[in-house]
Design a protein around this ligand. Structure first.
Ligand code: 5RP
Length: 225
């Protein structure tokens, strides 16, 4: 999918930002367009503060002069904007392709409004073609892999470029779980995963999204659940 689609979706989200807002700021290539466009508005005089969902996004915000805060200082956010790896018709999401799912879910959960920006490649009838990221405590890898496989997933420990296990910003590991069409209902699966010892968080975001701003090469559609 072209960058133009991501850019248009990001631009529509920036249009939702008002002076004085406390923002949740997402992670990934679509969220980076949002940060770039937000930076332009800040240079033009907009005043906002943001909680970034990753070190990478925080660094980009700093470079662009976007004021950062944290959830200790600012526990309630007006609007969180983030990308997604997949979304379905009920606006359930798979997130975490960039490994930031834990902070992303915390920030989305702290926001009064959670808006997703995406291009049309992310829209699916049924979640599961994109492997579900599950953030885990390293010592739980074997038992959790077994449990996930028994649910029908093909499980891969995510690797960093140096071949070592990828570490999240919170120093955990990620299991990428390819369920394909065998994925159970997302809400039930989310509930199940949340009860397993060693699972820190999973990339299913159910019942959190207010709207998806869906870009293609020429315009943006607003999708509500
Ligand atoms: C990072 C995420 C991203 O939002 C997701 O991977 C989408 O990224 P992109 O906009 O680059 O397609 O969940 O953890």
């Amino acid at each position: 999918m072209s960058d133009k689609a991501k850019q248009l979706a990001a631009g529509a989200a920036v249009d939702l930002v008002e002076d004085g807002m406390r923002l949740g700021i997402g992670t990934g290539s679509t969220a980076e367009y949002f940060i770039q466009l937000l930076g332009q508005r800040v240079r033009d005089g907009l005043s906002v503060s943001g909680v970034a969902t990753s070190e990478r996004s925080a660094e980009l915000c700093r470079q662009l002069g976007i004021g950062l805060t944290n959830l200790d200082e600012t526990p309630v956010l007006d609007l969180a904007v983030d990308g997604a790896d997949e979304f379905d018709g009920a606006l359930n999401l798979i997130k975490g392709g960039g490994g930031a799912l834990l902070r992303e879910k915390i920030v989305a959960g702290a926001a009064k409004r959670f808006v997703v920006i995406a291009d049309t490649s992310k829209q699916v009838a049924v979640l599961g073609a994109f492997p579900l990221p599950v953030e885990i405590i390293p010592m739980a890898k074997q038992p959790l892999s077994g449990r996930l496989e028994r649910l029908g997933a093909v499980v891969t420990l995510r690797q960093a470029e140096d071949g070592k296990p990828f570490r999240t910003d919170e120093n955990h590991w990620v299991l990428d779980c390819a369920f394909g069409p065998s994925m159970a209902g997302p809400a039930d699966l989310a509930q199940t995963l949340s009860t397993w010892p060693g699972v820190v968080e999973h990339g299913l975001f159910c019942g959190m999204t207010e709207q998806v701003l869906l870009g293609d090469d020429s315009h943006v559609a607003v999708i509500t659940g």
